[in-house]
Every structure is written in structure tokens, then in C-alpha cells.
Design a protein around this ligand. Structure first.
Ligand SMILES: *[C@@H]1O[C@H](CO)[C@@H](O)[C@H](O)[C@H]1NC(C)=O
Ligand SMILES: *[C@@H]1O[C@H](CO)[C@@H](O)[C@H](O)[C@H]1NC(C)=O
Ligand SMILES: *[C@@H]1O[C@H](CO)[C@@H](O)[C@H](O)[C@H]1NC(C)=O
Length: 244
């Protein structure tokens, strides 16, 4: 009978080899392609917003408007949807509807997963796009159910987490983990804008993107203000260059 003294070493070696195998898997960095991207606005309804407890109300309103505005910055096909509008959920936020007067607006008759509604499925399919950026209230239900359905259909799904809200941070964290397990990209709106822009030297879209920064990304808006003020009217104050 051979000695078992080496068994721990063998187990260690096999574990190491396995880990090496995993880490040497080729990685594909999927980029958003504006030609292949559509924006979905899901259940951003006035009656659901009070359920959101993982963002402050004013911050969350800004995030909702920022999500909707991305569609106009990059001329993305956009689909709006709500469910049970005549009940406690209420209508979509009016400012969001006003941003997309010509977009399909699917008012579901109660279906919680938007993908369960034939009109919504047809509207998404009609965009002809494979990369779908979505946000929904709540994160764990309306955003997650749709995201998982779309993954099952083979779409590439990008959930704007900042424009999706839940009853608590724990609920949101669990929902995002569940979506990631299904291969969903959980991202911020800055990821969408930056990835579509590709370069600050994007002459076609940079002006609209800076406009989006000013409207919704407060810190970058003020950063740009400060730079412009320094270029136009700035002078160095004594001491400013003395400590470089
Ligand atoms: C997107 O479409 C435009 C206009 O049809 C084309 O010029 C551009 O190369 C396309 N971009 C990609 C990444 O396919
Ligand atoms: C500018 O953005 C558009 C839309 O995403 C993209 O198709 C184009 O390639 C970008 N231009 C450059 C120079 O990267
Ligand atoms: C520079 O100063 C002028 C005159 O006060 C003002 O009108 C202008 O807005 C300033 N520019 C910036 C970028 O702050």
C-alpha cells in the first residue's frame, strides 16, 4: 500500500492546476456599439419611486432622467414601458415621457416581467438591436426579471444600476449578484456614455456628451465649468505653483 503522505501535496497541485486553467481562459471584453444598442426604460412610474430606499429621492430622480437622456445623446432606439398604470403604480415620470415623444410606450396590463407582454417583445425585437441597456424599478423584480428573460433569449444585457432602485441596499446587492450570475453587465450610466463615446476626441458626439455631463453628472459639469473659467478668466494666485 503506497504511503498517503503525499496526498495533501497532490490535492494542492491539482487545485493549483485547475486555478491556472481558469485564469488562462481567453477573456472577451464586450464593448457597447451604438449601432447595436437600444435603451429600455422600465417601470419608472411615479407610484413605484417611493419604494426606492437605496438612493436619496433627489439623487434618484437625477439618475432616472440621466438614463432616459442617454438615448437622445446617442440617438439610440428607445422603448418605454409601464405596468398597471391605472393602479397604485401610476404613470411613467412625465419628464421621461416628454424626452421620448416618438418612442414606443408599452403600457402593460399587469405583467410584472415586461418580457411576458407580446407588445413589449415586439417593440424590443423591432429595434433590431442585440445590446440592450435597461433600468427598472424595482431592481430585484422589474429590472431583474426582464434582464434574466433577455439573457435567456440570447441578448447582451446592460443594467444601469443607478437608475434601478430597491427597497434596501441588501435587496439591490442580491439582485445585482443574481443578474451577474446570468452574465448581465451591471454598470453605471458613465460606463454607457464613455464606452459609446470611445474617445474624448469624438467630434460627432462629444458636444452632446458634455451637455449630458452638465445636466446629470454634477461633478463633471462643475469640473468643466472650472476649467472653462480658468482658461477664460483665470490667473494664478501667489503660491499656486510653489509646491509642485
Ligand atoms: C455604425 O454605423 C455608422 C453609419 O452607418 C458607420 O459609419 C460606423 O462605422 C458603424 N460603426 C460600427 C462600430 O459598426
Ligand atoms: C463616436 O461615437 C460613435 C457612437 O458610439 C461611434 O460610432 C464612433 O466610432 C465614435 N468615434 C470615434 C472617433 O471613436
Ligand atoms: C469670464 O468673465 C466674464 C466677465 O466677467 C464673464 O462674462 C464670463 O462668463 C467668464 N467666463 C467664465 C467661463 O466664467
Amino acid at each position: 500500500m503506497p504511503s498517503l503522505n503525499f496526498l495533501p501535496l497532490v490535492v494542492l497541485f491539482l487545485g493549483f492546476a485547475y486555478a491556472q486553467g481558469i485564469s488562462s481562459q481567453p477573456y472577451y471584453f464586450e464593448r457597447l456599439d451604438a449601432n447595436n444598442t437600444a435603451l429600455l426604460i422600465i417601470d419608472h412610474q411615479v407610484g413605484l419611486i417611493p419604494l426606492v430606499r437605496d438612493y436619496e429621492p433627489d439623487e434618484f430622480r437625477n439618475n432616472l432622467l440621466a438614463h432616459a437622456a442617454i438615448g437622445n445623446v446617442f440617438n439610440l432606439p428607445t422603448v418605454l414601458s409601464s405596468t398597471s398604470e391605472t393602479g397604485p403604480n401610476g404613470p411613467l415620470v412625465p419628464e421621461i415621457v416628454a424626452m421620448h415623444p416618438n418612442a414606443p410606450y408599452i403600457k402593460r396590463q399587469g405583467e410584472i416581467d415586461a418580457w411576458d407582454n407580446a407588445d413589449f417583445r415586439a417593440a424590443v425585437q423591432a429595434t433590431g438591436k442585440q445590446q440592450l441597456i435597461l433600468a427598472g424599478i424595482t431592481t430585484d423584480v422589474c429590472a431583474t426579471f426582464l434582464a434574466l428573460s433577455l439573457r435567456q433569449e440570447g441578448y447582451s444585457v446592460w443594467v444601469n444600476a443607478q437608475a434601478s432602485g430597491a427597497a434596501s441596499k441588501t435587496v439591490a446587492d442580491d439582485a445585482k449578484a443574481r443578474m451577474r450570475d446570468a452574465g448581465v453587465h451591471v454598470i453605471s450610466p458613465y460606463v454607457v456614455v464613455s464606452d459609446l463615446l470611445r474617445t474624448w476626441a469624438n467630434n460627432t458626439y462629444n458636444v452632446q456628451a458634455i451637455g449630458w455631463d452638465f445636466a446629470y453628472w454634477t461633478l463633471r459639469g462643475y469640473m468643466t465649468d472650472a476649467h472653462a473659467a480658468a482658461i477664460q478668466n483665470g490667473t494664478l494666485v501667489p503660491g499656486e505653483l510653489d509646491f509642485n
